[in-house]
Design a protein around this ligand. Structure first.
Ligand SMILES: Cc1cc2nc3c(=O)[nH]c(=O)nc-3n(C[C@H](O)[C@H](O)[C@H](O)COP(=O)(O)OP(=O)(O)OC[C@H]3O[C@@H](n4cnc5c(N)ncnc54)[C@H](O)[C@@H]3O)c2cc1C
Length: 402
């Protein structure tokens, strides 16, 4: 028996999860894969594919129906991210960021008014004029990356509005976004905690600018840009969840990131699986010394390691998603899933290029794009070092208090 999937293990997906996985697989094969190389080369965002995803109900997939979403669980969302990422990491990244970082925090932490105002439109994904209405998330700043608490953006409370000034860096989706949930330091509780509050702003607010997109190594057809706030006035009720409370805004962002890490794990998993499938296919048909190269142990063992490591990563990613669906603590599991899947993706892509030899090193075969895309997974939503910090702090908790 042969299998092109890295693992034949039965993950006990429900019928509904299998259906959404199949729908995503077909969409990825028919609409995303044919454009992936070209859009990477042109660094062009796949607007039409997002519109199709909107029609398929993917853009509000894991948000409950009563809130305006499609009502699927976290694991279903993870399966969609994985399928998209098998063929195009950029699409997987923009999609994962929209749901995990753009919509979910408003759904989880917004006031009833904020939820009603924004969540259904974000889940719909397209407005009446046919423009995309994605969500974006502004935490990182030029001087505050891994140390996200180092936020310099300020929100000053005036009589009838907030006055926001600052800059956010490396933000995913802003050119196609309707809303941005972002952090700023307020003058309300500067002495207590970090004094960081979460705000929701519409992208067309005067004083809100999106600067030119970044020219990146990989994930080139995802949209990444800086946000600039110049005397941006927001209404007093723009604070996510209501009045600012000590550190609550910052903690909301940390919780959002914990959920987002599962989706970056799925992104990495998909890229790894995509590269593995390319290597497997090539090892079967490429002949040297009158034999398929897959018959050489040096090549076969690389494929065996890929299959094993992808399978292990998949277990961690699905497990973290299931913990979240069960309402259990998933922070450590999410960090482990993201860390492991990212490192597996890098190793798998490197070895996939090795299996393909010279052609793997060219733009003709998409494993080189996959390698460039995979690298982002070790950086975005907390670098690998930050994941090791999160995990080690949890396991050494008692020791840190000595
Ligand atoms: C394509 C892309 C999309 C992104 N999308 C978003 C987004 O939508 N929203 C958003 O807010 N951000 C986004 N980010 C930002 C991303 O989360 C940050 O790049 C990341 O958190 C790292 O921050 P930094 O780049 O400032 O690196 P730094 O924090 O400066 O880190 C540099 C190096 O130092 C290491 N390091 C730092 N501190 C420690 C420590 N305490 N111990 C050990 N090592 C340490 C890091 O691991 C890294 O290797 C995106 C980034 C990219 C590249």
């Amino acid at each position: 028996m042969t299998t092109t999937e890295a693992t034949a293990t039965n993950f006990d997906l429900t019928e509904e999860q299998q259906q959404i996985q199949q729908a995503a697989r077909e969409f990825a094969r028919d609409a995303v894969a044919p454009l992936a190389q070209e859009l990477d080369e042109k660094a062009e965002f796949p607007v039409d594919n997002y519109k199709q995803m909107a029609e398929l109900g993917f853009l509000g997939l894991s948000i409950p129906e009563e809130a305006g979403g499609s009502g699927f669980d976290t694991l279903s969302f993870i399966l969609v991210v994985e399928e998209l990422s098998k063929v195009c990491g950029s699409t997987g990244l923009g999609y994962a960021a929209h749901i995990s970082l753009g919509v979910t925090p408003i759904h989880l932490f917004g006031t009833d008014e904020q939820k009603q105002k924004y969540v259904p439109q974000l889940c719909k994904g397209v407005d009446d004029a046919g423009n995309l209405t994605l969500g974006c998330f502004g935490l990182t700043e030029p001087g505050a990356g891994s140390d996200a608490g180092g936020t310099k953006t300020t929100a000053e409370r005036k009589d009838d509005h907030w006055l926001v000034n600052g800059r956010k860096a490396w933000i995913t989706n802003p050119h196609y976004a309707k809303t941005c949930i972002f952090t700023a330091k307020t003058n309300q509780n500067p002495k207590d905690g970090k004094g960081i509050t979460a705000f929701i702003a519409e992208l067309d607010t005067p004083g809100f600018k999106v600067e030119a997109k970044e020219d990146k190594l990989g994930m080139r057809s995802s949209d990444t840009a800086q946000l600039v706030f110049e005397d941006m006035k927001l209404p007093l009720d723009a604070v996510a969840g209501g009045e600012p409370q000590v550190d609550v805004g910052f903690n909301k962002f940390m919780k959002t990131l914990a959920g987002g890490r599962i989706s970056i794990g799925a992104l990495a998993l998909g890229i790894a699986e995509g590269a593995y499938q390319k290597a497997l296919e090539y090892a079967r048909q490429r002949k040297q010394f009158n034999k398929p190269i897959g018959t050489f142990q040096g090549v076969a063992f690389m494929l065996a390691d890929m299959a094993m490591e992808i399978s292990a990563a998949r277990h961690l990613v699905y497990h973290a998603a299931r913990l979240r669906d069960a309402g259990r603590d998933f922070a450590q599991a999410g960090s482990m899933a993201k860390l492991m899947a990212s490192e597996v993706a890098m190793k798998t892509c490197t070895n996939a290029i090795q299996v393909l030899g010279g052609v793997g090193y060219t733009r003709e075969y998409d494993v080189e794009r996959m390698l460039r895309d995979a690298k982002l997974c070790e950086i975005g939503e907390g670098t690998s070092e930050v994941q090791r910090l999160v995990i080690s702090r949890q396991i050494l908790g008692d020791l840190r208090n000595v």
